[in-house]
Design a protein around this ligand. Sequence first.
Ligand SMILES: CCCCCCCCCCCCC[C@H](O)CC(=O)SCCNC(=O)CCNC(=O)[C@H](O)C(C)(C)COP(=O)(O)OP(=O)(O)OC[C@H]1O[C@@H](n2cnc3c(N)ncnc32)[C@H](O)[C@@H]1OP(=O)(O)O
Ligand SMILES: NC(=O)c1ccc[n+]([C@@H]2O[C@H](COP(=O)([O-])OP(=O)(O)OC[C@H]3O[C@@H](n4cnc5c(N)ncnc54)[C@H](O)[C@@H]3O)[C@@H](O)[C@H]2O)c1
Length: 719
Amino acid sequence: MAQYSRISGSVGLITLSNPPVNALSAAVRQGIVDTVEKALGDPQVKSVVICGQDGIFCGGADIKEFGKNMSGPPLIPMIHTIECATKPMVAAIEGSALGGGLELALGCHYRIAHSKARLGLPEVTLGLLPAAGGSQRLPRLIGVPAALDLITTGRHVTAAEALQLGIVDQVTDHATVDAAVKFALSVAGKPLDTRRISTYPCPHVSDVDALCENVMQKVRKSAHGAIAPIACVQAVRAAATLPYTQGMEREKELMATLYTSGQARALQYSFFAQRAVSKWRIPSGARWDTSTPRPLHKVAVIGLGTMGRGITVALAQAGLPVITVETHEKQLMEAKRAVSDMLNRGAKRRGVAPPLDKISYSCNLQDLADVDLVIEAVFEDMTLKKKVFRQLSAVCKPGTLLCTNTSGLDVDQLASQSRNPELVVGMHFFAPAHVMKLLEVVYGPQSSPQAVATAMQLGKKMGKVSVAVGNCRGFVGNRMLKLYTEQASFLLEEGATPDLVDQAIEEFGFPMGVFKVSDLSGLDVGWRIRKEEKLAGLSVASGQSTRIREGRRYSPLADLLCEQGRFGQKTGRGWYQYDKPGGRVARSDPWLHHFLEEYRAQHGLVARHIDHQEVLERCLYAMINEGFRILEDGIAAGPEDIDVIYVFGYGWPRHRGGPMFYSGMVGLEKVLERLEHYYQAHPDVPHLQPCRLLRRLVARGSPPVHKWREVIKNLHSQL
Ligand SMILES: CCCCCCCCCCCCC[C@H](O)CC(=O)SCCNC(=O)CCNC(=O)[C@H](O)C(C)(C)COP(=O)(O)OP(=O)(O)OC[C@H]1O[C@@H](n2cnc3c(N)ncnc32)[C@H](O)[C@@H]1OP(=O)(O)O
Ligand SMILES: NC(=O)c1ccc[n+]([C@@H]2O[C@H](COP(=O)([O-])OP(=O)(O)OC[C@H]3O[C@@H](n4cnc5c(N)ncnc54)[C@H](O)[C@@H]3O)[C@@H](O)[C@H]2O)c1
């Protein structure tokens, strides 16, 4: 759908109309073709303006159409007709002009943008490239280096930057369509030969091969196996080296490869999954569209360690007044300095003033009497947290929401310490909290719809991707992670090295292998928890075998390293060695290899050859199996929730969709068969036993991931 009218006597106005983002669906494309024909055929019309309804120009091709049989007029000839028109065509850009939307605008002879508009070619983030001429027109318009930057990253630019780059001709603070109509009147009848971008030569670059090779190397490094960024470089290179028509052929060829790839499917799934999780619903029946969040005027953070500092920064950057509480003046002042530094650095990067005045600092919990919401981030110690919750319950005004940033302690137990357990939820941030996008919002059986809605909305305000999850040990992310790291340790016992395991994981697409991450976060963190759980340290029951806990296989390797003071990067030694404490570059450590050999000898273990395939199957399938259990238990509402958590919180390569999507790509039968194989080989590892939901899905013919919810619902109704 596109509406047509004639205004100011001689301007044909075409309005794209497909809420919410005026995506270029088959109907919209047909509407554009019809209205352009009408405008060009109307002798009264001297120039044409194309705009979008409801303050947004166009969000690009309709992603929901991808993978289906395409109907309706194709984009490329449609844009070509617009460019060839003999009447000036002006794009009036408000809101967003993205992907196919910007390509449509590039087909126009002029572009007028509102100052708040955003423009970009984000196809790469969907596993594609701008294949409606964008990869060929943009470099001709703004030059190869700038086009490479925009197309390989998919970043959106502001109207001001678009003007500077030469993407738009004018920026206005006023009504965009009015400005565009005025402009269209002023250019009516003027020659258009110099306005057709496809006819431009690509601006000269001294050594285009060297430039593209350089960008290609950078892109390969950051892509972690994603193919779209590489195809984007190849397409822009074609623009720089070939005539337009041949460049278009190359664009089409590259797009055909990407379009049918599993990576594009994964990335498009991820796009919709990210949006689906914001439409939360929980077992109590509460849901996103019927629950009203509480307005927040002032919030508090308790405990200004690693997490509290990051959370405070994120809250202040979101514009919220925050009061922070520490135990002693010394800690408070130290934290104040660190928080101020973080805010100053962030503000410098973004070219804004640091919101230092949003934060106040205190050592007295009594100062929290008037806050609307508290985020507790004290040590991971249940006794301490319970005490803090009792104190907060006594101090805070009625209705204050109490949230905990615990990584995995029982949120219901904390709720039971409060006079109003319905106002308690977990807000599990990830380190560094002002950077990481993920937030798990943990609800309990008593959490009120308003408490969940408020935490979800606060997460959104802080720029997080928030996922509502049920309460269990480790919630979703850490519960699955435990199985992944456990398998990695078992593999070391069986003959692998940290280098081999990490290489397999990094080749899969994770930015860092499991042992490098462990060195970065500090081995002591997990050690402390395991000691509290009586799995490690002096409290391990006497007579217990070193490699068995609670009747299951246990690997004490990490505990043994901690006993040697090898805590990872912070001590300069861990699973790897570093040039100094705090060093960042992991190097293989002969000591560690010798230590592993001795350990195996001591426990009668014979090292065997382990290949990358086994590393991936053992580590990833164990984690995926736990994901199915989480779905079975109703802790996550659907596979999308788990996948979003893994992509945004744990470095799962986005072009592989997330663990649950990936299992579908591998084939559920295969995952089941491999788990059965490994469980048979390791019967002392119960988590390798394939869970019921996985078996049920395979028995149902392995439906695609978007159909799993039905099977889960049936499973739940039978319980
Ligand atoms: C052998 C075979 C050969 C095959 C060759 C095939 C050739 C096919 C020809 C293709 C030609 C290529 C054309 C072009 O180059 C490709 C593209 O344009 S891809 C799309 C690029 N656009 C984007 O990536 C933009 C995506 N959207 C956004 O970034 C944001 O939505 C927004 C526009 C900035 C708005 O943000 P918000 O206001 O925050 O709103 P939401 O994000 O919550 O979105 C609201 C709602 O809209 C849905 N939606 C958004 N964009 C699209 C879209 N492009 N298509 C469909 N739906 C879209 C979004 O999902 C939300 O809905 P909900 O999921 O909540 O129901
Ligand atoms: N570090 C991580 O990667 C991470 C990630 C997610 C969640 N978490 C969770 O966040 C919480 C905090 O972790 P952290 O790493 O920031 O710990 P941390 O040790 O760095 O900081 C804890 C801070 O709490 C302060 N504190 C202790 N008791 C207090 C009290 N009664 N009143 C006020 N302040 C008090 C301490 O002085 C300290 O500064 C824990 O529950 C942890 O499990 C940590």
